[in-house]
Design a protein around this ligand. Structure first.
Ligand code: HPA
Length: 276
């Protein structure tokens, strides 16, 4: 982390604190098409990224770019509605700034969701709990380390928390929701992968492909934040079926899960409180 970056982060934190004194326990990161879940929490306030000094602003349609603060079943949460992506031209460091900010604000758990292309589960609307990841973009930890956040060489043996993962798996079972498990791979995008790249990803051990998440998880683990993640499959990854990726519709995937993903996330968060 360059001195300038650390200064920006500190400035952003100070700026955030001028808007709210809320200390979230859980950070919920909503992927493409999932932002409207934020409307269902018991909201106590919100802060737009644009009102926080030094925050990177998302340029993607459907990514609102704000923190929504509130409660899910008595758990203090912040919903990160809209994230910034590497393909927008931001550095990995800038992409993870909202995660770092919420870690500084108190978040102990990050519940991350994303839209992804399916390899192991190609059906639109399938849900996959992320058990591990492969990152093909530069690490957000590159540069001088800021010890206040974490150590120079953080362990990545189990970036996705097994105890929290089990809570989510059990909750899915209780709710009758089909939830697979698998490895997520982050490509840079913004073009979708070629069929050969998907084949490569498959050989490397990936089960779903996307353009986010891994770097945010690295930043979260660096800070000691426990992570649980779910991919919502919006399309079969390129080459898995003959389907073209010209018109991937995130809305359709969310519709097909029929509110199940939101139910799964909300019910899991209520139970996560017991292990915080
Ligand atoms: N590839 C990468 N990112 C994605 C995909 C995909 O097939 N679907 C949704 N996000």
């Amino acid at each position: 982390m360059q001195a300038q970056y650390i200064e920006n982060l500190q400035k952003a934190y100070k700026s955030l604190r001028q808007h709210t004194d809320f200390c979230p326990e859980v950070l919920l990161v909503l992927g493409s098409g999932l932002g409207k879940f934020a409307e269902s929490i018991d909201k106590v306030g919100e802060v737009s990224y644009k009102d926080i000094e030094g925050m990177p602003i998302s340029t993607v349609a459907g990514h609102e770019g704000k923190f929504v603060f509130g409660y899910i079943g008595g758990v203090k949460v912040v919903v990160m509605q809209g994230r910034v992506h590497y393909y927008e031209g931001y550095s990995s460091q800038d992409c993870v700034m909202p995660v770092r900010l919420m870690g500084m604000a108190g978040a102990k758990v990050m519940f991350v969701t994303n839209a992804a292309g399916g390899i192991k589960y190609p059906e639109i609307g399938a849900l996959m709990r992320i058990t591990d990841h492969i990152s093909l973009v530069p690490s957000p930890l590159i540069g001088p380390n800021w010890e206040r956040l974490g150590k120079r060489f953080p362990d990545m043996t189990k970036p996705y928390d097994e105890q929290l993962g089990k809570i989510v798996d059990d909750t899915a079972k209780q709710l009758g929701i089909n939830l697979g498990t698998g490895v997520y791979i982050q490509f840079s995008g913004p073009s979708y992968e070629t069929a050969s790249e998907v084949r490569m990803a498959q050989i490397m051990g990936a089960d779903a492909v996307g353009m986010s998440t891994a770097i945010e998880v690295i930043a979260a683990r660096h800070m000691g934040i426990r992570v649980v993640g779910i991919s919502c499959i919006t399309n079969p990854a390129c080459g898995i079926t003959s389907m073209s990726l010209d018109n991937v519709d995130e809305g359709e995937a969310v519709e097909r899960t029929g509110g199940k993903l939101q139910q799964l996330i909300f019910e899991s968060i209520k139970k996560i409180k017991e292990v915080l």
